[in-house]
Design a protein around this ligand. Structure first.
Ligand SMILES: Cc1cc2nc3c(=O)[nH]c(=O)nc-3n(C[C@H](O)[C@H](O)[C@H](O)COP(=O)(O)OP(=O)(O)OC[C@H]3O[C@@H](n4cnc5c(N)ncnc54)[C@H](O)[C@@H]3O)c2cc1C
Length: 428
């Protein structure tokens, strides 16, 4: 008699960012699943400029089999400068990890293409904006799209970013707010800034009293010839968010040169010169929104799971959000595989996922709260202190590889091995 084969697990992933794509790769490799990724965009086109991939990022990309095609500029030197005077305040130490795991600044499009190339054919459905979710109890979840189409899935993976529709449906009381930070981003040809002294090759932060100018190379010279190499600029302006309570969410909207340059008029002339090379119409503006921690990343009797920015709306606080999102996708696949192996159901799998990822995000929120408190304390005790002194305190508080190794040195494969060791012990 043929043995009973349960029907395949129908998995619907919402969103084709690093989290959705990473999940699609990891989940598609499981047996007896049907994975579909729904993305609202008509074509998968990454907005933004560059992205940092460090040790934690390389580790998860290796596990997803997508590390080889992600090439960028190796950050061998990172400088923090007083943005007004140009004085170098700190040079970050070289990465302690082997060279293949050194942080690189890469074009976002490269990361995206590398991930897309590993997603099996037919999994990605474009032009599918999710507008509704309905809990069908033991029959799964009904998804409704803007075009009127509907599908039913056993598991919905909400990888739809900071303004997640999935999160809004399952945690309607959760809200996000403007953090006070506006980021202007652009890529320009390296040739247009190469004559400005000290703009390269180091990755640099030019800090000002209420913002900073960040710049970096983003290409691997072994892969991209000189005339096609690009240079990233990400300029941030900070305001007290309580002064702009009406701020609307903006993500990748055009900004004029006058608007951007207006925030940096008192900066070092080299910064002003770099800003002046940006062709009109090329700046894109992003307003940072964030929200409180979710106690649990799963909902509706373990039929919904949130990953990436949808699960922890921190607004890119650690510059590693794409990595967190991919880690979520890989761990989710391991959790399903594991729970099937021990005769557990989907509910058990999502419990495992939540037990690993929720405490990790809780630790990030705690860290940010502590940092905020330190800054407030320092402001209260050093009222009227000079910009130079404030800057030194701010840079000293900067958490890099050395201070936040639980983030930047996270090896998600090891995290999973630890989980397996601990569960074996508790089963013994
Ligand atoms: C200025 C800035 C700098 C950053 N720098 C870094 C960095 O250096 N390194 C790093 O790792 N991270 C960085 N981050 C963070 C990183 O960009 C995010 O954390 C990461 O993109 C989150 O991935 P995600 O897949 O969760 O969501 P997203 O990348 O936001 O993807 C969500 C996807 O869902 C789709 N979608 C949304 N709604 C729907 C819907 N209703 N139906 C269908 N599809 C939908 C969207 O179109 C999008 O494709 C930075 C962020 C910012 C703002």
């Amino acid at each position: 008699m043929p043995s009973y084969q349960p029907p395949p697990l129908r998995i619907a992933i919402i969103g084709g960012g690093p989290g959705g794509l990473g999940s699609a790769i990891a989940l598609s490799s499981l047996p007896n699943v049907v994975v579909t990724l729904y993305e609202r965009a008509k074509e998968l086109r990454e907005i933004g400029a560059g992205i940092r991939v460090g040790f934690n990022g390389w580790k998860v990309l290796e596990l997803l089999g997508a590390d080889e095609d992600v090439r960028g500029h190796v950050e061998s030197s990172v400088l923090h400068r007083n943005g007004l005077s140009g004085e170098i305040v700190k040079e970050s130490p070289l990465s302690k990890y082997p060279i293949r795991y050194h942080p690189q600044r890469v074009r976002r499009t490269r990361l995206q293409s590398a991930l897309i190339s590993k997603v099996p054919e037919g999994v990605i459905k474009l032009n599918k904006k999710l507008v509704g979710l309905e809990d069908l109890s033991e029959n799964g979840v009904k998804l409704t799209f803007e075009d009127g189409s509907e599908v039913i899935a056993d598991l919905v993976v909400g990888g739809d970013g900071i303004r997640s529709v999935v999160r809004q449906h399952v945690f309607p009381e959760h809200t996000i707010q403007f953090t006070g930070t506006t980021i202007f981003r652009v890529l320009v040809p390296v040739s247009s800034v190469s004559n400005i002294s000290d703009m390269m090759p180091s990755t640099q932060w030019w800090h000002g009293p209420t913002g900073h100018f960040y710049c970096s190379l983003v290409d691997d010279p072994a892969e991209t010839d000189e005339k096609n190499q690009l240079f990233e600029i990400a300029a941030r302006k900070l305001i007290d968010p309580s002064t702009d309570l009406t701020k609307k969410f903006s993500w990748g909207v055009p900004a004029t040169n006058a608007r951007v340059e207006g925030f940096f008029t008192d900066y070092d002339p080299r910064v002003l010169e770099a800003l002046s090379v940006v062709p009109e119409g090329h700046w894109k503006e992003f307003s940072a929104f964030a929200g409180p921690r979710l106690e649990k990343l799963t909902a509706w009797n373990e039929k919904i799971v949130l990953i990436g920015d949808a699960s922890h709306p921190l607004s890119g606080a650690f510059g590693s959000g794409a990595t967190f999102a991919m880690e979520d996708g890989w761990i989710l696949a391991r959790a399903i595989e594991y729970s099937r192996g021990v005769g557990g159901n989907l509910s058990r799998a999502l419990e495992v996922f939540d037990s690993i990822r929720s405490p990790y995000y809780a630790r990030m929120y705690t860290h940010l709260d502590e940092q905020k408190q330190k800054v407030q304390n320092s402001k209260a005790t050093n009222q009227g202190q000079s910009f130079e002194l404030t800057l030194r305190t701010r840079i000293a508080a900067f958490g890099g590889e050395e201070k936040l190794s639980w983030i930047y040195g996270n090896d998600i494969g090891e995290v999973w091995s630890d989980f397996l060791r601990t569960s074996e012990k508790s089963d013994a």
